[in-house]
Design a binder for this molecule. Structure first.
Ligand code: GTP
Ligand code: SPV
Ligand code: MN
Length: 588
């Protein structure tokens, strides 16, 4: 008797008509075979899917060039298909589920002819965790199959776990013709189903990541009383050996991976990495918030990563413990057969750019959203709590954004409700992680605007409710590494120096370190903030970095009001009151 899973796979095969069906077991041997197919047989845009990099300097590493029209998440082609539009909210594109399925089934019809269909059974979260979820993704791309082995716990053991039940999250993916006019990422939260067509890129195609672990999981969290967030998880160890855990939400390409793997400049401090992109957080029996990272790898921004900015990632990339490491849309040093991107080192003499063209120094060698895919197992700073089934207790939540002006380096919210307010008004200047104009301010509440699978008005309410259910709610902070001076240069050195901010946050959480009140929250005093050994930041800049002048907030307040209006009657009254209180301070 065929199981539910086998019948489902059969059904998709009847629709997509692959030449072959390959059930993946998740082994290294199999991953090597898939890479071989990607080098020798499978083509993308006329080129092999993988190119093997220098065996001695970058062992088990492969370059992948995606289609030039397929280099980032396509938010405008991403839909959340609830029964009604109101549930999806103004923050999502919506399509009627029946219509969406009909559209996808037409696209899928015969789309795998001449191709192999890979069936990928995987877990999001450690299999022993009560919060983990079993999933199965179907794909016709070796790049996606190999990436999923790095990013998730992919294993045929999951098939046993699923047994003859329908308790697994389903993902269907085909690269199709990589035609943006025939590209869709459709979510069906009620069915735990994602359908994706026409893209092979990251968040569009690795369906366990943003599609399931955020858009669908956020809907489960609303129903079941937990949070699925676009957050890193890290431990901070002080010189006395005390460790606290924090979760931090920064919008795409705004510094999560760098923060999660930071090498602190203050002696005696250590950062322990648990996750760099997604956190699932549940209230534990003791009333505290516990976080797990459902993922198993990093899909990190390559551009800007170097021994100066993120030495731990540079080491992780070469650790070569878990097969393989992938580089997508980076430059290729043709003399050394090594990957290269802007910010890594001096540009090599002879290079091909991310599209395979000869590099002439006029355009970038690596795409601004070029990425590496590497197992978290390779990370030297991996916390020993990474596999803990119940997760780690969170003492602080950090929100942040890319703001060139106005927002201080760090501030602390006055209460949970006030912290939810500060998350709800988060804004960030846009980056290359999604296809849209870069550098424009967009409100991105809790860094979840592109990832919340339901109406964000209801999401804010859910956050307020979670706060009421906790006994020891984490303090909520806001950080901004990206303030610039009159010359347009970053005022704060960032990266390893961010430990100074993290140290202040830890002190506020444990010992109540020094702070002054401002209308938006508490900021550090220059005296109470560790600047010992800090170079290149003049004292006058420190004052500016902590400065909050509410009289400059006129435009910001107007824009927040507009932002709140988009959620209409769904906007919780408590948050409107917080806004009114801030407005009053401005009008004083
Ligand atoms: P996603 O994977 O898209 O979710 O991005 P992310 O939030 O993990 O961002 P990541 O850490 O990869 O950083 C994105 C870009 O911001 C890189 O080019 C970094 O070099 C840069 N960046 C990260 N941290 C800092 C910082 O503290 N200061 C400055 N100036 N730039 C930073
Ligand atoms: C992001 O854009 O926030 C990412 C990359 O982490 S992707 O997997 O494409 O979503
Ligand atoms: Mn992300």
């Amino acid at each position: 008797m065929a199981t539910f899973l086998e019948k489902w796979v059969e059904e998709i095969a009847l629709l997509t008509k692959p030449d072959k069906i390959h059930w993946c077991d998740g082994s290294e041997k199999e991953a090597r075979e898939l890479i071989k197919i990607g080098i020798e047989k499978e083509k993308l845009n006329g080129n092999p899917v993988f190119h093997e990099l220098n065996k001695s300097t970058y062992p088990d590493s492969y370059l992948h060039r995606s289609h030039p029209n397929d280099v980032a998440r396509s938010e405008n082609l991403t839909f959340v298909c609830h029964a009604d539009k109101e549930t999806a909210g103004p923050n999502n594109n919506w399509m009627d589920p029946k219509e969406a399925k009909a559209k996808m089934n037409t696209l899928y019809s015969g789309c795998m002819k001449g191709r192999t269909m890979y069936v990928l059974p995987y877990m999001m979260g450690h299999p022993d965790s009560p919060y983990a979820k079993a999933c199965v993704q179907i794909t016709d791309s070796t790049y996606v199959a190999v990436s999923m082995r790095i990013m998730t716990r992919l294993s045929n053991i999951v098939i046993k776990k699923i047994g003859n039940t329908d308790k697994f999250v389903k993902g269907i993916h085909s690269v199709g013709e990589l035609d943006p006019a025939r590209r869709f990422v459709m979510h069906f939260p009620d069915e735990g189903l994602v359908m994706s067509f026409g893209s092979g890129y990251g968040g569009n195609a690795l369906l366990g990541k943003k599609c399931f672990s955020l858009r669908i999981a956020s809907c489960l969290g609303l129903k079941e009383g937990w949070l699925a967030e676009h957050m890193i998880i890290m431990g901070i160890e002080d010189p006395k050996g005390k460790i606290i855990y924090v979760a931090a939400a920064l919008p795409s390409a705004c510094g999560k991976t760098n923060l999660a793997m930071m090498q602190p400049t203050i002696p005696g401090y250590k950062i322990w990495t648990l996750g760099d992109d997604i956190a699932w957080m549940n209230i534990g029996e003791d009333g505290r918030l516990y976080a797990i990272n459902p993922e198993f790898g990093f899909f990190g921004v390559a551009s800007g990563t170097s021994m100066n900015t993120n030495p731990n990632m540079m080491k992780t990339l070469k650790a070569n413990k878990f097969y393989p490491t992938l580089y997508t849309n980076v430059g290729l040093d043709t003399d050394k057969n090594e990957p290269w991107w802007e910010g890594m080192s001096e540009a090599p003499k002879n290079m091909k750019d991310w599209q395979g063209k000869t590099y002439d120094g006029k355009e970038k060698a690596a795409h601004a959203n070029s990425r590496f895919t590497v197992s978290i197992n390779n990370c030297e700073t991996l916390s020993k709590e990474f596999d803990s089934p119940k997760g780690v207790p969170i003492s602080a939540i950090i929100f942040g954004g890319r703001r060139s002006s106005l927002l201080p380096l760090v501030y602390e919210s006055k209460s949970w409700q006030h912290g939810v307010f500060s998350g709800s008004i988060m804004g960030s200047e846009t980056t290359a992680a999604a296809i849209h104009a870069s550098g424009v301010l967009r409100r991105d509440p809790m860094a979840m605007l592109p990832f919340c699978g339901y109406n964000m008005g209801d999401y804010f309410r859910h956050w307020l409710n979670i706060g009421k259910k906790m006994k020891n709610a984490p303090n909520i902070f806001f950080v901004n590494w990206f303030r610039v001076n009159e010359e347009g240069k970053f005022m704060w050195p960032g990266f390893g120096e961010n430990i100074r901010v993290i140290k202040w946050i830890m002190e506020r959480v444990i010992w109540k370190g020094e702070a002054v009140e401002t209308p938006i929250g508490n900021v550090p005093t220059v005296k109470g903030f560790d600047t010992a050994g800090l170079k290149d930041v003049p004292a006058s800049d420190m004052e500016k970095l902590f400065g909050v002048n509410i009289k400059e907030w006129g435009e910001e307040l107007k824009s927040i009001e507009e932002h709140y209006k988009t959620f209409g009657s769904k906007m919780p009254a408590e948050l409107k009151q917080e806004y009114e209180a801030l407005l009053k301070e401005y009008q004083k």
